[in-house]
Write a protein of this length. Structure first.
Ligand code: 4AD
Ligand code: MG
Length: 385
């Protein structure tokens, strides 16, 4: 990788920084936060969001983000999907997938207008937590579609895998049966196409990250050479209960898998990507298609080593009566009449998923904190720049 030459205003000598662009002008190396030929920790580098593109780790990351984005678009295009732009401003909370940021006008800069009644749009408006329902509306009129855009969640979490703003790839595939298999294959193919492409087109940048995490390199290489593991939620809970591990939260059928459970599963069940399928009805949103056992739905998560859940998806409930019952159960029937129309006026069996772009990068690069795989991280307590 080429070095960046920055002239020191003090010594007049050129110092090397590890990025690969050339810059003009003086740089006071005493004040400049990154020192030549020194290793800086991610925690330190993260304090300078406006300057970190000049470090090797971050310029590598930005090239990888760019290439991964292009590969994902090519994958969908080659597989017959069309790209749609779903809205960022929305009046729908998509199943309550996450906590919402509300959007209100400002009268003047900094002066947030009271807009409780939503007079600007005539209804309350939010930043999108998922483009899924909009993508479904389009898929039901056209064919398989995907969207790849910014997504916002107001979770009050400081965890290493949560951002308030992240990018999500959401696909809706039409003419799926009630079987999950083709949907799982689609996710697996997308992962493999993207990661193989990164290793081929960005070998040097991938090596830079993998040299810092040999175990990541090992599982990533393994993940490309064999099928992903698949187990049902019930099997996962049984494996956890038999694990004899000191979990903070006891694994129980009907309870969400916590991140400690996901970590255990990916680590101990093959150290490889793992699909968990057929979750209890209560753990997946109203649109997930109910299985014939009446207790589980045709839904799935993909767990990746290091980060846990990177994908969530399901076959969508296409049966009008079942959907109506599910919406009634969660008290959303009235506001989701437009979603009922997608079945009421004829439908197409379909299913889809959402892949967290940052979580994918975090996992395959072996980056500990999600804030280090996005240029300008937004999270509880921070919206710098
Ligand atoms: O599992 P989630 O909530 O699923 C949905 O939103 C569905 N509507 C997707 C669909 O079927 N079209 O979110 C999908 C993925 C998660 O698996 C995770 O990778 C990522 O989005 N994600 C986050 N990434 C970073 N920060 C957060 N706060 C995230 N919340 C979810
Ligand atoms: Mg999820």
């Amino acid at each position: 990788m080429e070095g960046l030459l920055v002239e020191s205003s003090h010594s007049g000598q050129a110092v090397e920084l590890l990025a690969n662009t050339l810059q003009l002008g003086q740089c006071n190396t005493q004040e400049f936060p990154f020192k030549a030929r020194q290793t800086h920790t991610p925690d330190y580098i993260r304090q300078f969001p406006h300057l970190r593109a000049r470090t090797q780790s971050f310029s590598s990351l930005l090239r990888l983000r760019d290439t991964a984005t292009a590969l994902i678009h090519t994958f969908f295009r080659d597989n017959g999907f069309i790209n749609v732009h779903t809205p960022i401003l929305t009046s729908s909370d998509c199943e309550g997938a996450g906590e919402l940021f509300s959007v209100k006008p400002c009268r003047e800069e900094g002066d947030v207008e009271e807009d409780e009644e939503g007079e600007f749009f005539g209804c309350k408006a939010y930043l999108t937590v998922s483009g899924q329902l909009h993508a479904e509306a389009i898929a039901c009129g056209m064919k398989s579609v995907y969207t790849f855009g910014p997504t916002f969640r107001a979770e009050r979490s400081h965890s290493s895998r949560h951002l308030s703003e992240f990018y999500m790839i959401e696909a809706e595939k039409v003419f799926l049966s009630s079987e999950l298999e083709p949907l799982l294959n689609l996710v697996e193919d997308l992962y493999k196409y993207t990661v193989e492409g990164l290793l081929r087109e960005r070998e040097e940048d991938m090596t830079f990250y993998h040299e810092q995490s040999q175990s990541t390199k090992e599982w990533v290489m393994k993940s490309l050479s064999r099928p992903f593991l698949r187990m049902t939620y019930s099997e996962a809970v049984n494996a956890l209960r038999a694990a004899n591990a000191n979990f903070q939260f006891e694994p129980k059928w009907g309870s969400d898998l916590k991140s400690e459970h996901e970590r255990y599963l990916t680590h101990h069940v093959g150290h490889c990507p793992l699909f968990v399928t057929d979750y209890p009805v209560t753990l997946k949103p109203f649109y997930a298609r109910q299985n014939s056992d009446g207790e589980t739905v045709s839904g799935m998560d993909l767990l990746l080593p290091g980060v846990g859940e990177a994908v969530g998806g399901s076959i969508r409930e296409e049966r009008e009566e079942s959907l109506q019952a599910a919406l009634t159960r969660c008290g959303m029937l009235e506001s989701y009449q437009w979603y009922m129309d997608l079945r009421r006026f004829g439908t197409v069996p379909h299913g889809g998923f959402g892949l967290g772009f940052e979580r994918l990068l975090q996992a395959v690069l072996g980056v500990k904190h999600i804030r280090d795989v996005t240029p300008f991280p937004r999270f509880l307590g921070s919206c710098d720049m």
